[in-house]
Design a protein around this ligand. Structure first.
Ligand SMILES: [Zn+2]
Length: 227
């Protein structure tokens, strides 16, 4: 499959709201935001329309982050490579979702995506996967966790519709995430709507809401709150 054709749409089905992904801030990344992100020109929840999938064309998370440190580009999540300690454990959160990261050129657009609007960074989230793109297969975990990040976004952003490659948006300059990225498998994992292993504290939430529903009117008086 040609990476320039990597694109699918998310149906507007009901998704669970209490889900999470194993994300941790990349060490020291907060200091990079001032020169590598900007304020979104759209509402940071209702204005999100797309998730763009990238591959770094490099060999390490640290290598990718040096680009962000220099303020040349940025992204919301970085998926570590299979030879890194974080692999199979966590993804690096790199920019706050509420801010615009710089993962796509501002001038480009695609007629099939968000009515051909440009300034994609302002209405999208970007995921970078560490992969050299030279005879470097993606690990099963990299594919799975990338699908999980997309599911997390799907559950969180009510107007999120498009999942696509950087190559589709910028075909004259980019090929990422590349021909070795198993797009059909990835798409199937996202659309299977199985959020089971992403649910957080499900039992706690259920127990707590049962407890609250059993409270009497007197219990709910908060006259004692400040005593
Ligand atoms: Zn890219």
């Amino acid at each position: 499959m040609n990476p320039k054709e990597y694109h699918f749409k998310l149906p507007r089905t009901k998704t669970p709201k209490n889900i999470t992904i194993p994300e941790v801030w990349y060490p020291g990344v907060q200091q990079m935001w001032e020169k590598s992100t900007s304020k979104r020109i759209y509402n940071p929840i209702f204005g999100i329309k797309a998730v763009v999938i990238h591959a770094t064309a490099g060999h390490s998370s640290d290598g990718a982050m040096s680009v962000m440190r220099n303020g040349r580009a940025s992204w919301h999540w970085l998926v570590p490579d299979e030879n890194e300690e974080a692999h199979e454990n966590l993804v690096w959160a790199c920019a706050p979702e509420t801010l615009t990261a710089w993962h796509v050129r501002n001038s480009i657009s695609h007629p099939d995506v968000n009515q051909g609007k440009n300034k994609t960074n302002h209405w999208s989230l970007g995921i970078e996967i560490v992969n050299s793109q030279v005879q470097d297969p993606f690990s099963d975990w990299q594919v799975k966790i990338t699908a999980d990040i997309v599911k997390y976004c799907w559950a969180k952003y009510p107007n999120l519709e498009h999942v696509l490659s950087h190559a589709m948006l910028d075909p004259s300059r980019r090929t990422d995430p590349g021909i070795l990225f198993p797009w059909e498998e990835f798409k199937a994992q996202v659309l299977d709507s199985n959020f089971e292993d992403m649910l957080v504290f499900q039992d706690d939430v259920e127990a707590k809401s049962k407890e609250i529903s059993e409270l009497t009117f007197e219990d709910l008086h908060f006259t004692d709150l400040c005593s």
